[in-house]
Ligand binder design. Sequence first.
Ligand SMILES: [Zn+2]
Length: 133
Amino acid sequence: MTSKKPKQPKPQSIRITRDAFDFIAHAARNTDPDEFVGMLRQNRRGIIDTILIIPLSEYGSGFSSINLNMVPALSDSCGSIHSHPGAPPLPSQADRLFFSRMGGVHLIIASPYDDRSIRGYDDAGAPLGVEIV
Ligand SMILES: [Zn+2]
């Protein structure tokens, strides 16, 4: 046995404006039972305030994908959002792979698409808090 503790990352939250959250919830409801997917952009204060809809994204049942060739400027986006209709807001294996390739922060929202059904993750798939501000 070792007493060495794993390094604790400092607690972090993803902050998102109420307007941006409402947009996500509305889009996810409208796309249900298919998945909604988009990219996130933050303002100068580090708060996500814009959802980018990427042309030629595929919204499927149980999957969705972003066509990365259509993302105008990846450096300008800080992560992604997608929905999980009928499943908990937990990252799948494919989600984790996508998060690690994209970097940044990622949101998953599940039905019923409200304040309590959204979860945040870092690029390694570790949970982050979500604050709607
Ligand atoms: Zn997913």
